[in-house]
Design a protein around this ligand. Structure first.
Ligand SMILES: [Zn+2]
Length: 410
């Protein structure tokens, strides 16, 4: 059930307008339908300060929204459309021009054309929504469908296949943004999705990329990434879609909105699936844990000079993380990277500081498509996902650390 709806709460009056009766409880506040919609809008619009109407320039900023027809990106499209209309009615102009890029899935089970028609019907003649699909000329970038399928199928594990597909997808979206002259990409990720990504990317040895995969700002690709729904939980977006009048729900293609089902075969479970299942269950009763993960990872910054070789887990952020973890006397640290010599010297350094932690180096090169990228650490991670006690201790510790920053950024 989206939000926290209890029978008792439903009879209560809305905490904000104190007029209407509440329809759901959001972070302990019973809210009516209007106030809940305003709550979600405000959270998203607050993140879009950069895209205010700028009266000092006639240059139109172009932004790209990748639309996957899931709950999050569909909601974001709807909110952006309302936001542009508000800007237009208040100031006679808009702060940005929106391009929407429709994204299918690799299995081809999503009827993109049909959904796109529905989107066009619901947002008709809206000057703000254009370039809904990549131009025909861009299709050659997708190369031969069969070639892609055989490349993907040659990867040995489900995690590797999912990872390569999402890497390629991001690169394609970035390329499209650049060719369409967009300076920014607005991703639909909810708080929950960003928390999943934080842990999943770290597990995959790609912690270095978190500053731009989770936080708003510059990326090494030359375009800006923004996450306007970063302060809204996935379950709140599900409620938003459920409560929205218009035909918004009909635009959503998501097999199981709400809790993701565990795959029956662990062989087909990816790291992303594990993290998704974990955070969607945590968000149900402990939403602040989800927000804490995102708030913590948003504090990460790319160290100056790291641009030259940011990809190895044994240098920069990866190295500093290992040293920071070692100081807390953990039982075991797994470190990943491409450079085994650097790993050996890092492990020697940690041992010389008399850390009692066992250290294991897992060599993997995620940027190489020629070497087998298919390292599958799902088996190694499964016990962690099951160990509730360990997880609870980790969250308690995070809470304590974050308490020091309370009030810093809400
Ligand atoms: Zn209200």
């Amino acid at each position: 059930m989206p939000g926290k709806t209890t029978d008792g709460a439903l009879s209560e009056v809305c905490r904000r307008c104190k007029e209407n009766s509440s329809v759901l409880v959001v972070r302990l506040e019973p809210l009516c339908q209007d106030c809940f919609a305003r709550y979600v809008h405000t959270k998203a619009i607050k993140r879009l300060e950069t895209f205010r109407v700028n009266f000092h320039t006639n240059e139109e900023r172009k932004v790209l929204l990748p639309l996957t027809f899931g709950v999050s990106s569909t909601t974001l499209m709807h909110i952006l459309d309302l936001h542009l209309k508000t800007q237009m009615s208040k100031t006679g102009r808009t702060g940005f021009a929106l391009s929407v890029l429709a994204i299918g899935n690799a299995e081809g089970t999503l009827p993109v054309d049909g959904f796109l028609d529905k989107v066009r019907r619901q947002y008709p003649g809206d000057a703000a929504l254009r370039d809904l699909v990549p131009h025909a000329a861009d299709v050659r970038n997708f190369s031969d469908q069969e070639q892609l399928a055989s490349l993907i199928n040659s990867l040995p594990s489900a995690s590797a296949r999912a990872d390569v597909l999402s890497t390629l997808r991001t690169r394609l979206i970035v390329e499209h943004a650049r060719s369409a002259g967009c300076q920014s990409i607005l991703w639909g990720d909810s708080t929950t999705a960003l928390a999943e990504k934080t842990l999943a990317e770290t597990c995959k040895g790609r912690g270095f990329s978190l500053p731009w995969q989770v936080a708003d700002g510059k990326t090494p690709f030359g375009v800006y990434f923004h996450y306007p729904l970063r302060d809204v939980l996935k379950k709140e977006l599900v409620s938003y879609i459920d409560l929205a009048d218009s035909g918004l729900a009909s635009l959503v293609h998501e097999s199981t909105p709400g809790a993701t089902q565990a795959s029956t075969s662990s062989k087909n479970t990816t790291i992303d699936d594990l993290m998704k299942q974990y955070f969607e269950s945590v968000e149900e009763n402990f939403p602040s844990i989800v927000s804490n993960v995102v708030r913590t990872s948003s504090k990460l910054e790319v160290p100056a000079g790291a641009d030259s070789d940011p990809r190895c887990g044994t240098a920069g952020l990866g190295k500093e993380s290992v040293k920071a973890f070692a100081a807390h006397a953990p039982e075991h640290i797994y470190l990943t990277g491409r450079n085994s010599t650097a790993a050996a010297s890092l492990m020697a350094e940690v041992r010389s500081e008399r850390s009692t932690a066992a250290l294991s180096f897992i060599e993997l090169d995620l940027s190489s498509l020629r070497s087998p990228v298919g390292f599958d650490c799902t088996d190694k991670l499964a016990p962690l996902a099951k160990d509730k006690d360990l997880a609870n201790r980790l969250w308690d510790w995070t809470d304590k650390i974050l308490a020091r920053y309370d009030g810093a950024d809400g």
